[in-house]
Design a protein around this ligand. Structure first.
Ligand SMILES: [Zn+2]
Length: 221
């Protein structure tokens, strides 16, 4: 039975399922039963970026995860970040355990951060660091504003679009380190590949990556 406190909390702070918006019976829950049973779980061979870099991904970029990622990106729901991080951490433990020393993330440009008020990938990486009990450092910086990857079609164009866009800002920390790079969504993998390339050039010993979701069409690349 629910306690009076719980009843009061539900009354005062009704929570909605982060995936479908349904009102929840319990204020402590964030995803409803029905959505939990219908998650687009990544169930094919582990995702790779650039053909060989391990990328732990819990979901296909499909509903109801897709909508939640968009709300997370554009409406800054921090609680979403914590839930996404839990799902990602499970996948990381299964696929990449012991393969990294610290986390970093694919940063957005200063202009975009200013418009949105926060960098959602940074929020995600920090939630994930807490979940994995692992340090997280900002070692990459976006130095150029490029068109959004999502507005571009093919892989070649996406690769060209991110070329030279990121710079390593803390080379001492990167040198000799094994780094787990966090992004929100992987499509062709061009962004993560470019970030990995810059980190490798700066002396990183090994790289792996993770994202909340990946496009289904590219899972074999
Ligand atoms: Zn739901």
């Amino acid at each position: 039975m629910r306690s009076f406190f719980q009843w009061l909390m539900d009354l005062l702070f009704p929570t909605k399922c982060m995936l479908c918006g349904k009102l929840m019976d319990d204020y402590r829950e964030i995803v409803c039963r029905k959505c939990l049973d219908n998650l687009p779980e990544w169930d094919v061979s582990p995702r790779k970026v650039g053909g060989y870099i391990g990328c732990a991904v819990p979901f296909f970029y499909e509903e109801p995860i897709r909508g939640a990622i968009l709300r997370f990106k554009f409406h800054g729901m921090r609680s979403y970040g914590e839930q996404f991080a839990q799902w990602m951490a499970n996948r990381i433990w299964a696929e990449l355990a012991g393969q990294y020393d610290f986390l970093t993330w694919v940063p957005c440009s200063r202009r975009r951060r200013h418009t949105r008020g926060f960098d959602q990938t940074e929020v995600l990486a920090k939630c994930l660091a807490k979940e994995l009990s692992c340090p997280v450092y900002p070692v990459l910086k976006k130095i150029r504003n490029n068109p959004k990857q999502s507005t571009l079609g093919d892989a070649a164009r996406r690769r060209a679009n991110v070329l030279g866009v990121y710079r390593v800002v803390d080379p001492e920390r990167v040198n000799g380190a094994r780094i787990l790079v966090v992004d929100d969504v992987v499509t062709t993998g061009a962004t993560l590949e470019e970030c990995s390339k810059m980190l490798t050039l700066a002396g990183a010993k090994d790289l792996v990556c993770t994202a909340i979701a990946s496009a289904r069409m590219d899972h074999k690349k």
